[in-house]
Ligand binder design. Sequence first.
Ligand SMILES: Cc1ncc(COP(=O)(O)O)c(C=O)c1O
Length: 359
Amino acid sequence: MIPIFQPHYYKEDQRLAIQTIREGYVTNGPHILEFEKQFAALCNRKYAVTCSNGTVALYLAIKALNLPKGSEVILPSMTIVSCLTAIVENGLKPIFCDIDNETWNIDYKSVESKITKDTSAVIVVNTYGLVVDTDKTLEFKQKYPHIQIIEDASESHGAFHKEVMAGSIGDISTFSFYANKIVTTGEGGMVLTDDESIYKELLQSRNLNFIERKKYIHSAAGFNFRLTNLQCALGLGQLQNIQKTIKHRKRVAYKYNSFFSKNSNIQIPFEGKEYSNVYWYYGIVVKKNYDKVLKALEDNGIEYRHFFYPLHKQPFIDSKEVIKNSEFSFENGILLPIFNKLTTSQIRFISEVILKEVQ
Ligand SMILES: Cc1ncc(COP(=O)(O)O)c(C=O)c1O
């Protein structure tokens, strides 16, 4: 069986994790601030706050923006449910927009068609490792300065477009460090901002809203969303090797490309000029014999995933809206195995299994 992903732990990860346990600072300790500092530097941001996972990061980011209650937040229909959860749990209204068929990132024309007087924010997701078009994002910001941009960079550690780093594009940005991410802490998340008052708010809201720890005085009811020192030790090791991990992702992706790029029934991931796609996942859209391809993958012990199920069609939303590209991507998209140790012969095998069904 070829798994869809396999986390890769470097020697440095192990050294730092073991050292942290030996020193006894598993929960609190210096690695938290150091991981935040180094990650903020990678993303060219002033402040970073770690938290339990990427879903919580989105929740905390939206909460910190203090958007008008009941206002509308636009998000792509084809993304993880975490974006939707974060909007709803903050008492805001989700409005779904479409993605671009070529990049699978948000389509700003679709966003514009959904703007109303109640729109307060947009969640922009760097899908499967590709940063959103930074020129279009800037244009959008200039045209609608009152609309906040929340950048969900969970799938794009270290990616960039025209030297603009993932995580530096939004007014506020978030990451996940789940096991399948390019930098992992097992479970984990982070919020990044350049605004000191938002930073202070985030420090409070990830930590039970303490005002004074010793007297147990709190500004509001709050949750514990902290990440541990042990997890951040792992994160520091991972971060030291991020370029190695990205190199492997690109190696695997370009090898897949070499097999698929001549087949007009297979759409490969976008990596335009001046982009660095970090290929969190390697997605293809198969325009012929999709079900046969899935069956062939299963029969040959190759794990795969579908693209995200359209959020507007989730059972608890059940909208009758048609959001074309999002639905098309789900119906025809497949995510293929990608990880550091995936060999050229495995990539060749996976590609041949697919190509046999799509001639
Ligand atoms: C774009 C995006 N946002 C948020 C998340 C949620 O992160 P977590 O699983 O750490 O809660 C994910 C997870 O895959 C994701 O892909």
